[in-house]
Design a protein around this ligand. Structure first.
Ligand code: MEV
Length: 286
């Protein structure tokens, strides 16, 4: 029997713009998905196209038990974490010898297949590797970890990443002269944030600007706006949508002492708050 876990992720900066080759920064966060795999003659597992695909690709059969701290469709990369943790547990239980990098790559191809061609290579990479990750074009690089204090606010409004990405693509085709400069500006905010990664006040300001640009792209939602205002007015350095938007989750960068106040304000706006910080480990044997 092998149990592995893998973390969720947030985009600190640059979602949507990364789809067009601009830089972005993502970070693994503490909530995880735990998966136990056991070799058995009578395989049983939860109904999940991701888990089915993991067994198919790895060419083995087994039983699976899943325990998740991440809500699905919340924009925190839960399907990537399930896929990475399942592949890692299969790899271990059946002694297949795949590296962590190979697991990240296989997980991405599985996400692409299950999601009919649209998947985020960032989600699977960050979940497998952990830490803070700079995305530039098709390359990804781990940055030195930062002790960023975050409150994640789940709007509980489920969204489709594929639809939001398609919507931005359509807007870009229709109004290239408006949308392209917004994507460029998001890239510029990401680069500015990288220069101030140790300065939470400046990072918070960058988050606020990034959020305004995401709203200009059309991926805002009334509930995310409400949670963001609640976070800012209760002491966050800055707050923004994280991930595809149109619902999903927001993140607020907070002074340590303000985290529970910000979380309370999010909950009183009927969002679900998670107080968290960086996860530096990625996929891990339990
Ligand atoms: C979704 O978490 C982030 C997007 O930028 C899509 C992607 O990076 O593939 C919207």
């Amino acid at each position: 029997m092998a149990t592995w876990s893998a973390p969720g992720k947030v985009f600190l900066f640059g979602e949507h713009a990364v789809v067009y080759g601009k830089p972005g920064v993502a970070m693994a966060i503490k909530p995880r998905v735990y998966v136990t795999v056991r070799k058995t003659k009578h395989p049983s597992h939860p109904k999940s196209p991701y888990i089915d695909e993991c067994f198919k690709v790895m060419g083995v059969r087994g039983s699976v038990y899943v325990h998740s701290q991440l809500q699905s469709s919340s924009g925190l990369g839960s399907s990537a974490a399930v896929t990475v943790a399942t592949l890692s547990a299969i790899n271990d239980e059946f002694n297949l010898g795949h590296s962590r990098g190979a697991i990240a790559d296989i997980a991405y191809t599985i996400e692409k297949k299950v999601q009919h061609g649209r998947a985020s290579p960032t989600d699977t990479y960050v979940s497998a590797m952990g830490g803070l990750v700079l995305i530039t074009g098709s390359s990804k690089r781990r940055l030195p970890p930062q002790n960023l204090q975050l409150v994640v606010g789940n709007t509980l409004v489920s969204h489709s990443t594929a639809k939001m990405v398609e919507m931005v693509g359509t807007a870009r085709k229709k109004h290239p002269d408006i949308i392209n400069p917004i994507l460029d500006a998001i890239g510029a905010v990401t680069l500015n944030a990288l220069h101030h990664i140790g300065d939470p006040k400046e990072l918070g300001r960058c988050m606020d600007i990034n959020h305004a640009l995401l709203e200009a792209l059309g991926v805002g939602h009334p509930v995310s706006s409400r949670l963001i205002i609640a976070a800012r007015t209760t002491g966050a350095y800055g707050a923004k949508i994280t991930g595809a938007g149109g619902g999903g989750s927001i993140i607020a960068l907070c002074p340590r002492r303000a985290k529970s106040r910000v979380a309370g304000a999010i909950e009183s706006c009927e969002g679900r708050a998670i107080i968290t910080t960086i996860d530096t480990e990625g996929a891990r044997r339990e």
